[in-house]
Design a protein around this ligand. Structure first.
Ligand SMILES: [Zn+2]
Length: 247
């Protein structure tokens, strides 16, 4: 029986990243519930009048082809644009950056897809604090990857109600006010009161979004915790370039 190594498939996709490729093409980093994360070439797409069909922050149904090599985009149909406003677009880009840098097991692609789409859906209606929704999403991604970031228990004493004083990167967790003075640990990332309050609220953040304020300092500190956690687990520096523009 002969086996063909070429195949065409139709699947839902989100474009995680798009960059120019050769004279007229785009190189696409795609995420699909059926294929996981793949790289595909959109041949000639840049020479067309409308380079649509592979925009970031949109959901597509794409027909893809491959034969012993890279995937090629054959055609695409726009399911919906996800773009909203500057801040929401920024955190959607951050989610794409997260998926681009993380090792996502192909067998879990469907779960990661559902999580990503649920995040995009939630953002369509949450205008006030999109960054908090991103943090909640990132914690869910960590959970699915089996690298939980425990923000509910002090890594030193196990207490759950105390104010958080710092993040302890070596132990991937939080240190409370009681324990911090006794830890002669230079690598602690100190946290403000406002960040402590936010971290206590994060597990049920959807219920309190209308009541809270999130100062810039807290945004930076929580982002730093996430990056430290991801960098230590994947043994490489993580970045959210898009979040540097959030404000
Ligand atoms: Zn403690």
């Amino acid at each position: 029986m002969s086996r063909s190594n070429s195949r065409t498939t139709t699947t839902r996709t989100v474009v995680l990243r798009r960059k120019p490729w050769k004279e007229t093409s785009f190189l696409l980093e795609l995420f699909s519930p059926d294929l996981g994360r793949i790289t595909a070439i959109a041949q000639g797409a840049r020479s067309e009048k409308n380079a649509g069909g592979s925009e970031p922050l949109a959901e597509y149904e794409m027909s893809l082809y491959h034969s012993n090599g890279p995937w090629f985009l054959r055609s695409s149909h726009l399911v919906r644009s996800l773009r909203k406003d500057y801040r929401r677009d920024t955190v959607m880009y951050a989610a794409c950056e997260l998926y681009e840098q993380t090792v996502l097991p192909p067998e879990d692609a469907r779960s990661h897809w559902d999580l990503l789409l649920a995040f995009f859906d939630y953002l369509q209606h949450e205008k006030r604090h999109p960054i908090a929704i991103f943090w909640r999403f990132a914690l869910h991604v960590c959970h699915l990857l089996g690298i939980d970031l425990d923000i509910e228990r002090c890594v030193a004493c196990g207490q759950t109600d105390n104010e958080w004083a710092a993040f302890f990167p070596m132990r991937n967790g939080l240190v409370c006010n009681n324990c911090q003075p006794s830890l002669a640990e230079p690598a602690l990332l100190p946290l403000s009161e406002s960040t402590s309050r936010l971290l206590h609220a994060l597990p049920h953040i959807g219920n309190v979004l209308d009541e809270i304020e999130i100062p810039d300092e807290t945004i930076q500190q929580v982002n730093r915790i996430l990056l430290a956690h991801l960098s230590s687990h994947f043994n490489k520096p993580f970045h959210f370039k898009s979040l540097q523009l959030y404000g």
